[in-house]
Design a protein around this ligand. Sequence first.
Ligand SMILES: Cc1ncc(COP(=O)(O)O)c(C=O)c1O
Ligand SMILES: Nc1c(O)cccc1C(=O)C[C@H](N)C(=O)O
Length: 411
Amino acid sequence: MNFDDIVALDKADVLASKRDEFDLPANTIYLDGNSLGALPKSVKSRVAQVVSEQWGSHLIRSWNDHQWIDLPTQVGEKIAPIIGAEKGQVICCDSISINLFKLLSSALILNTGRSKVLSTQDNFPTDLYMVQGLSDLLGTDLCQLKLVEEQYIEQHLTDDIAVLLLTQVNFRTGKLLNMQKLTELAHKKGILVIWDLAHSAGALPVELDKCNVDFAVGCGYKYLNGGPGSPAFLYVAKRHQSAVKQPLSGWMGHAKPFAFDAQYECAASINQYLCGTPSVIAMSALDAALDVWESVKISDVRAKSIALADVFIALVHSHASLADLRLSSTEDSIQRGSQLAFSHNHAFAICQALIEKGVIADFRAPNILRFGFTPLYTSFEDVWNAVNTLVDVVTTKLYAEPRFNLAGKVT
Ligand SMILES: Cc1ncc(COP(=O)(O)O)c(C=O)c1O
Ligand SMILES: Nc1c(O)cccc1C(=O)C[C@H](N)C(=O)O
């Protein structure tokens, strides 16, 4: 592969024009949108308007006049088509961690008589911590965490499990789990399934309705580009909505919040998963960020994501100097999300050296160098330049300079 091939790939890219909708810093190649998405230009103007006009001038009247009160629903409905959900099942609120608490509780209440929550050893820690917290609160008779290695999930789907809690794309390796198959197998054993879409919403086609998923959560700050601390979302399948309950019974989840009744009565819709006042500025930012998706086909996003990662792998393999970088993600693009993980003894220091040279990737303990591909704004030329910088860092042993020491300290 040579530079002409890269130019041809960028020329043929149907998403190429989307890059202009983002405010990307000069002299930077951003390969960390899988952790924090880049800034859409539409967000800058929307946030400025919300702050100065809606809040500054219009003050409290904006709850109605600028529909602040409808933001959780409005943003949820914008996310719904990206994750394969029909209307009335997705709402934007809180963080993944808090939403997991609500959904885990709902699922355990629905599946009374069973207490085990099955998850994977290498799931993102907050998912496991939330089960542990709930278990401490309820006692192990009602909630008990059981962990297995990713490759053994199927054989642990037994009829004493209440809930299967999985992250669709592993945050470290990028391994993509088969949502359709695992959901179906779990249901055969009477297990309810919660999917964490943190690394899949906006990265690849997700079909929650088609896969008959029960519950899901995801965040706004990665591939949806809502900004740091952007609110999360949750999904509850329509078929469960009349039966479910959740314990964070704040007033925004009340059937009539502005009746100010002393007695809680939950909303008869997905709105019952709201708790307190929505963070209007942050949610407005996410709302504006989602407009970028209007004309985008998620199948184009997936095709480009796979192509970017495959080109990255091919270029790494073509440089003998990068032989010590071991691909920890699978080579099989169908089983990967939109990121690649490479292990290297000096992964931390290499990552720091790359960042110094304007290539932003990230490091995950103990020895993983992660590169995320965000097809809306990553070009093939970015990939070419990033690998060349990597070659430069490794061949000049820039990473071995004392300021990048292995204890993780910049000296
Ligand atoms: C799979 C997964 N779940 C959850 C989170 C974080 O959740 P929260 O929104 O509560 O910070 C992350 C990353 O931050 C993640 O990668
Ligand atoms: N959510 C994050 C945050 O609030 C601060 C710093 C990093 C993050 C992350 O997104 C971590 C991320 N889930 C990961 O996969 O590494």
